[in-house]
Design a binder for this molecule. Structure first.
Ligand SMILES: [Zn+2]
Ligand SMILES: [Zn+2]
Length: 189
């Protein structure tokens, strides 16, 4: 991170309101299995899976799903002092996906000098950058559906083949209380 970015992040920490989405009376879905249960509940009852799966999720106020989400949506947001971000980034996203034979992204990452041996390094870099960006609101809202809200976060990697950096978009699913989980390691810019 350069000085300009550091100043921008510091400003955001003080100037940005953070909120938590509330769907009253239901338990937040903390795992992917619990999200799937909510999707099932959504198909079997009048409960809305999208709202159930947004319950407890944290956003900066200006990048929060719109309220109401639909007619008769009773969800609301409460202010929270900060987003204590936790990012989960399964190493298999690199070892078994990006660097899988036949994946076009393998050539791309290798052209930057990164190989499957760097999977742990990449995992740590993704986690570090995602935690910082999400907690200060440096993300874009991505797909919102019955499983919940995804956010897109820019990842900048130092090239190993030569001097310089590459920046691309990664996709994360939002879970309650500051947790995000990597879904798409490399998306289009
Ligand atoms: Zn709803
Ligand atoms: Zn709702």
């Amino acid at each position: 991170m350069n000085l300009r970015q550091a100043n921008e992040y510091t400003r955001r920490l003080f100037d940005t309101n953070r909120v938590k989405w509330v769907h009253e009376g239901t338990k937040p879905a903390d795992t992917s299995a619990e999200k799937s249960v909510n999707v099932l509940i959504g198909t079997l009852s009048k409960h809305c899976a999208m709202c159930l799966n947004l319950n407890g999720c944290c956003f900066v106020e200006e990048k929060c799903p719109p309220k109401p989400l639909h007619p008769n949506c009773h969800c609301f947001c409460v202010d929270i002092p900060s987003i204590t971000a936790k990012a989960e980034c399964p190493i298999e996203k690199f070892t078994k996906y990006i660097f899988a034979n036949g994946n076009s992204k393998k050539d791309l990452f290798e052209s930057w000098g990164h190989s499957i041996m760097d999977s742990q390094y990449l995992q740590q870099e993704f986690i570090k950058q995602a935690i910082l960006s999400y907690s200060v609101g440096d993300y874009e809202l991505g797909l919102l559906n019955e499983y919940g809200q995804r956010v897109n976060i820019a990842i900048t990697l130092k090239r190993k083949d030569k001097n310089g950096y590459v920046t691309f978009r990664s996709g994360w699913m939002v879970y309650p209380n500051g947790k995000i989980v990597l879904t798409t390691p490399y998306g289009r810019k």
